[in-house]
Design a binder for this molecule. Sequence first.
Ligand code: ADP
Length: 459
Amino acid sequence: MFRKLLIANRGEIAVRVIRACRELGIRTVAVYSEADRHALHVRLADEAFCIGPPPAAESYLNIPNIMSTAELLGVDAIHPGYGFHAENPHFSEICQDVNIAFVGPSPEAIALMGNKAAARQRMKAAGVPVVPGSNGPVRNEAEAIEVSKTIGFPLIVKAAAGGGGRGMRVVHTREDLRRALQTAQAEAEAAFGSGEVYLEKYVEEPRHIEIQILADTSKNTLYLGARDCSIQRRHQKLLEESPPPGLRERYLGALGKAAVRAAHAINYTGAGTIEFLMDRDSRFYFMEMNTRIQVEHPVTEMITGLDIVKMQIAVAAKEKLGINQGDVHYSGHAIECRINAEDPRQDFRPSPGTLTAFVPPGGPGVRVDTHAYAGYVIPPYYDSLLAKVIAWGADRPEAIARMRRALMEFEISGVPTTIPFHLMVLDNAFFRRGEVYTNFVQRRIDLSVLTPRLTAVRD
Ligand code: ADP
């Protein structure tokens, strides 16, 4: 096992990794920007090192500063968390070059799955169903029109290097195709440094269902059940649950096997997630693979009793998983709500500031992963995730009741949060029946009634 591990990240995920390391007996090194001097991950780690000014480009994304800290402090592993360098093949390659273990897959696997157009082709070749669309990238309008003849409209133009719900455009008619292609290419170029785009059929009212996998270097690859992440806004996840409501057992088995096949096809090691879309006829299509730990991993931990981060670290240290698929058992239902420092009444505008009060919920079946505390100043430079509340119940109704109860208990003052939004979702009759799909929030949640009446529950 490793002796000392550096966490190349901040926020709740840095805290999560420190907790895993402490249980494994590994010393931890936190890196931080000048804006994060008082951050919880800095306080909890065994050692902490400032790596630059507040903007992420000058600190958390500054590879020379991170690597020199790693070498100076003699770490033998680096955990990238999610975001920042987690899916940067160049970063994992540098780690390899200086003999520091990167907690994640090989640079080759990251690069392959990082190009979503190439990933689609690879998955298709491995016999995993993909959303009908272009074979690789499309370069111009003529190529796009050819593809549209086979997949029809609406279709979706996606950036090959895209992520975080960005770089996507839905196109309804042939007339709109050229413009959408041009803007998507320009946007992708600006946001991801690559203008490569590809086309997919736009699946109507789909559910986002994903499979958590975990693979060791001896080719033992497990799937740890499925998560439903259909509650999204602008293609970004807000609430996730496991198991997906109403998903039949036989679908889970088939999806799990497809995910394992996908992982084998690219010699995958570590924790990863294969994302699928499920259409109204329960057909599944591969969408993309995330080659890292995800924000929503705790719901899987709650229903399997496994610690995915500890297992991820063990696998990176070339240890065997020590369990087989038959040893993975599921119990109950878990839901995660992402509590963001955003104002749902003002189009989810990020709202950094000082937390004048912060009293997280507790009690049976409730877990809170956060880096926040009373008096904490949320810096404006990074993402707005403040806390994740995860509620476990023997069944879905109990998980919903516990989540509701936990969110009502959660006291946060100083900044607006997405708690009132989550309460609306949890109280929605369609949600309660498990009728979810990716346009659910748009269609079923009337944000204009997020009035003081609802927030009064908390204010
Ligand atoms: P990102 O990497 O940016 O998260 P994804 O490819 O995972 O992008 O897609 C994010 C979300 O966008 C999905 O969860 C889904 O809501 C929507 N989406 C993506 N592809 C399609 C599609 N072909 N049809 C309908 N919705 C889609």
